[in-house]
Design a protein around this ligand. Structure first.
Ligand code: UDP
Length: 491
């Protein structure tokens, strides 16, 4: 077995990372890649798609895609024509379909080119996103050690694993679209260990279809089947104390039969990935707004509610205005990240102008940005709450920094993450229908009320447990990390 301290004696290995081409997948895989490079001397080849390669070039210039000598970026095609909006995440179902149809050949060619280029050690292992199933097949075909990284939550995987049974029971697909509004989704789903009392509404959202052939429903059914049948180990960006019960349920139900490495929260591992050499390797596909952190520095501790819906969520113009009015009426100070493509199908300028007018009237209480370094924002002492869409990265980052959440899940397993935050982990309160009254009510509850204080206390407890898992050499995530390294070097 190799421990962190012995790692410098390992001969240089070459790990190829291939994330699904969306921010929420790139970020955790890049964190893991940096850790393997910094702490375990792996040469890393990190594979983007051409679409994202261009986004990074536009956001960060050539340095964003050049990497460092022991950490190089490469790209393959996603098989799609140039996107209508070259700065946004592509349509998810189209991308899932295309990349999995075309990826195997492109990936095989890339591995062959990496080996023949002669400027790096031969490829010795692959870390493949679970959404890039073809990459596991290619690695196995070539006899390379490979691990699958499920970048979403463990509870999300358990949620997706219910689809098969819900179809058998005739609960999904929905009989007609009125089920979306007539209370049907409030039905409690019985018999899921670790999720007692969960409703259909809080299971991953691809059940909200009347079509048994719905692409995303079937795509996720297939992902779960592949994982259950595979002997390839699985990585989760979580820690054992947080997800103990879910992990046990996954194993007992034989959804995970191969070794599971819970190595998170990835950003808390105390290695040298923040040194200047690694800070050149940035995960974000969009440039950070440089004004956020200096603005937060001027604010008292725990006084700011930070609002960010991640990289994919879109809002209607009405929703964004209700959020704006609710935030302003809550009388809280806020940092609100509004991505250029957040409000779909309208000219960004028109809504932005209306919001800016509202924010201007708050006399410095509100700040709008287009993108930020979220981990630094969440770690800032002035941030006392996080209004989030409950993407898994945002959720685990909030837990890592002890920040309670106002939850507004948008799609996929975000619904399940929200339920766990609110019902199991004691760190979240959910916004129902987006009205200004509801936004104001929940924001005030989290930022001012006794319930908010209790959530803050609970979030602080999770933060300590997360630190213990990652920073203590005998912590579960640390030990699992060493086991992962051993798997990748083939011992
Ligand atoms: N993120 C960021 N700045 C932003 C918005 C998001 O750095 O302004 C990062 C965030 O820290 C997280 C990732 O982007 O690591 C988003 O992933 P998540 O799973 O939360 O949501 P998704 O974008 O996949 O919906």
């Amino acid at each position: 077995m190799v421990s962190m301290s012995e790692s410098h004696v390992i001969m240089k290995r070459h790990a190829v990372f291939i994330p699904y081409p969306a921010q929420g997948h790139v970020t955790p895989m890049l964190k893991l890649a940096k850790l393997l490079n910094a702490a375990h001397n792996f040469h890393v080849s990190f594979v983007h798609t051409l679409h994202n390669h261009h986004r990074i070039l536009r956001s960060h210039g050539p340095s964003g895609v050049s990497g460092i000598p022991s950490f190089r970026f490469h790209f393959i095609s996603d098989g799609l024509p140039p996107a209508e909006n070259p700065n946004a995440t592509q349509d998810i179902p189209t991308l899932c379909n295309s990349v999995n149809q075309t990826g195997a050949n492109a990936f095989r060619d890339l591995l062959s080119n990496l080996n023949s280029a002669g400027d790096a050690p031969p490829v010795s292992c692959v870390v493949a996103d679970a959404a890039m199933a073809f990459a596991v097949d290619v690695a196995e075909e070539l006899g390379l050690p490979v691990v699958r990284f499920w970048t979403a939550s463990a509870c999300g995987l358990l949620g997706y694993a219910q689809y098969e049974c819900l179809i058998q029971k005739g609960i999904i697909p929905l009989s007609d679209s009125s089920c979306l509004t007539n209370g049907y989704l409030d039905k409690v789903v019985e018999g899921i260990p670790s999720m007692e009392g969960i409703t259909l509404k809080h299971l991953p959202s691809f059940i909200r279809t009347t079509d048994i052939n719905d692409f995303m429903l079937n795509y996720l059914l297939q992902r779960v089947r592949t994982i259950s049948a595979s002997r390839c180990p699985l990585i989760f960006n979580t820690f054992d104390t947080l997800d103990d019960s879910v992990l046990q349920t996954l194993a007992a139900a034989k959804i995970t039969q191969a070794p599971v490495f819970t190595i998170g929260p990835l950003s808390l591992h105390p290695t040298k990935t923040n040194e200047p050499v690694h800070s050149k390797i940035r995960p974000n596909l969009l440039p950070d707004d440089p004004f956020c952190l200096p603005w937060l520095d001027t604010k008292p501790p725990n006084s700011i509610i930070y609002i960010n819906y991640g990289s994919i969520t879109t809002l209607t113009p009405d929703q964004v205005m209700e959020f704006a009015k609710g935030l302003v009426n809550s009388m809280q100070s806020f940092l609100w990240v509004i991505r250029p493509d957040l409000v779909g199908s309208v000219k960004p300028g028109s809504v932005a102008l209306k919001i800016q007018e509202l924010v201007d009237r708050t006399q410095g209480r509100g700040m709008i940005a287009s993108w930020c370094d979220q981990e630094k924002v969440l770690a800032h002492p002035s941030v006392g709450g996080f209004l989030t869409h409950c993407g898994w990265n945002s959720t685990i980052e909030a837990l890592s920094h002890g920040v309670p959440m106002v939850c507004w899940p948008f799609f996929a397993e975000q619904m399940t993450n929200c339920w766990f935050c609110c019902k199991k982990w004691g760190v979240g309160a959910e916004i129902g229908e987006v009205t200004m009254e509801e936004v104001e009510r929940v924001v005030r509850m989290v930022m001012e009320g006794d319930k908010g204080k209790e959530m803050k206390r609970k979030a602080g407890e999770w933060k300590k447990l997360a630190e213990d898992a990652t920073m203590n050499p005998n912590g579960s995530s640390c030990l699992n990390f060493d086991m992962l390294v051993n798997h990748l070097i083939g011992t």
